[in-house]
Design a protein around this ligand. Structure first.
Ligand code: PLP
Length: 363
C-alpha cells in the first residue's frame, strides 16, 4: 500500500531533507570497506562540528535517541552510584528509569511541567551529593516545549560528577555547545531538527568520560551499547563489533551536509523564525500556550481551544490535509497538542499550511 506524503509537524519524526532520501539509494557497502569507513570518518567530523566539540569519541550509535540515552547511562554508571537527574517532563522521567535500571541511587531535582529547571538547584544538589557520578538534564523537553538552561552547569566539570545532556530535540534547532558547556556525555537523535529519518543517535563523550568507561570495575551491562567495544570499530582498530546500519549512515551523512551547508546559525535562525510565527498566530485561533517560560521555537505546546475535540481534529488534519501534529502527554493528554517545526519541516510553508487548515476546521 502506498503511503501519503504527510507534512510531519509532530514531536518527531520530521520530514527528511530530499538529499537525505536520495542517499538511501546508494549501493550498500561492507562495514569494513574503505569507501564506507571514509563516510563514517566524515560523519565523526560533521558531528564534532554540529555538537561544537573537539571530543575524539563522537559517533552515531545504532538505534534511536533512546539508545543514545542508554549508552550514556550504562557506560558511566555502576551499581550503587548516585545519579542526579533534572525532571520536568517525560524525558527527564525516562532518564530516572534508565539510571535506576543501572542500579544507581537516583536523586530527582523536579520542576513543574511547563516550567524550566533552575540550574542553581541542580548545582546545589551536586554540592549536597559531591560523590554523585553523573548529573543529567534534558536540554529541550519535547513533552512540554520548554528549554532547560545548560551553560551554568559548566561548573560541574570542576567536580568528580559528569554532566550528561539530552539534545535529541535541540541539536540543529537551537544552540548546542558541548565544549562551552564542558559536558561529558551528550546524545541526540536524527529525526528531529537534523532532518533525517529515525534510526541513529549521535553521541559525544569527553576525554574524562572515556577514561571513566575504560576504568570501570564492572563491564557495562549492555554488550551492544558498550562504548569501549564500539570505540574499537569507529577508531583506528576497526574491529568488528556489530554491522553498521550502512544506509542510515549515508542518510545521516547527507543530512549533516545539508545542515552544515546551511550553517548552524542559519538553521537556528530558521527554526526561531518559523516557531515564533506559529506561536504568535495560534492564540488568534483559540490555542493557549502550555510552556510558561523558555519556549522552544521548534516544539510548540498549546492547550486546545475551548470545546475542541482532540482526536477528531487530529484525525481530520491527517485524513483531509495530510498533516500530522502530536497529542499531549501526561496531564496534558487529550487537552493539548505538541507541534514540531523541525529539520526540513521548519519552513514558512508548514506554518501557513497548518494555520490555513486549522482556520477551515475550526470555523
Ligand atoms: C524523542 C526524544 C527522545 C527519544 O528518542 P527516540 O528517537 O524516540 O528513541 C529522547 N529525548 C528527547 C528529549 C526526545 O525528544
Amino acid at each position: 500500500m502506498a503511503h501519503a506524503d504527510r507534512l510531519l509537524l509532530g514531536p518527531g519524526p520530521s520530514n527528511p531533507y530530499p538529499e537525505v532520501i536520495e542517499a538511501f539509494s546508494r549501493p550498500v557497502l561492507g562495514h569494513l570497506d574503505p569507501d564506507f569507513l571514509a563516510v563514517l570518518d566524515e560523519i565523526g567530523d560533521q558531528l564534532r562540528a554540529v555538537f561544537r566539540t573537539k571530543n575524539a569519541l563522537t559517533l552515531p550509535i545504532s538505534g534511536t535517541g533512546s539508545a543514545g540515552m542508554e549508552a550514556c547511562f550504562v557506560n558511566l554508571l555502576e551499581p550503587s552510584d548516585v545519579a542526579i537527574v533534572g525532571v520536568n517532563g517525560v524525558f527527564g522521567e525516562r532518564m530516572c528509569d534508565v539510571a535506576h535500571r543501572c542500579g544507581a541511587d537516583v536523586v530527582r531535582v523536579e520542576s513543574e511541567w511547563g516550567h524550566a529547571i533552575d540550574p542553581q538547584r541542580l548545582l546545589d544538589a551536586q554540592r549536597a551529593a559531591p560523590n554523585a557520578r553523573v548529573l543529567a538534564v534534558v536540554h529541550a523537553e519535547t513533552s512540554t516545549g520548554v528549554e532547560n538552561e545548560i551553560a551554568p552547569l559548566a561548573a560541574i566539570a570542576d567536580t568528580d560528577t559528569m554532566l550528561i545532556v539530552d539534545t535529541v530535540t535541540s541539536l540543529g534547532g537551537i544552540p548546542v555547545d558541548v565544549d562551552g558547556w564542558r559536558a561529558d556525555a551528550v546524545y541526540s537523535g536524527t529525526q528531529k531538527c537534523i532532518g533525517v529519518p529515525p534510526g541513529l543517535s549521535p553521541i559525544t563523550f569527553s576525554d574524562r568520560a572515556v577514561e571513566r568507561v575504560r576504568s570501570r570495575s564492572t563491564p557495562a551491562q549492555s554488550w551492544y551499547l558498550d562504548l569501549a567495544l564500539i570505540a574499537d570499530y569507529v577508531g583506528s582498530a576497526r574491529r568488528y563489533h556489530h554491522t553498521a546500519p550502512i544506509s542510515m549512515l549515508y542518510a545521516l551523512n547527507a543530512g549533516l551536509r545539508v545542515l552544515l551547508g546551511e550553517g548552524l546559525d542559519a538553521s537556528w535562525e530558521r527554526h526561531r523564525r518559523v516557531g515564533t510565527a506559529l506561536q504568535q498566530s495560534l492564540p488568534e485561533l483559540g490555542f493557549r500556550p502550555f510552556a510558561q517560560e523558555r519556549r522552544l521555537p521548534q516544539l510548540t505546546s498549546v492547550w486546545l481551544p475551548e470545546g475542541a475535540d482532540d482526536l477528531k481534529l487530529r484525525t481530520e488534519l491527517r485524513d483531509h490535509y495530510d498533516i500530522e501534529v502530536g497529542g499531549g502527554l501526561g496531564a496534558f493528554a487529550g487537552k493539548g497538542w505538541r507541534i514540531g517545526l523541525m529539520g526540513h519541516s521548519a519552513r514558512d510553508r508548514s506554518v501557513t499550511t497548518l494555520l490555513g487548515a486549522l482556520r477551515e476546521l475550526l470555523s
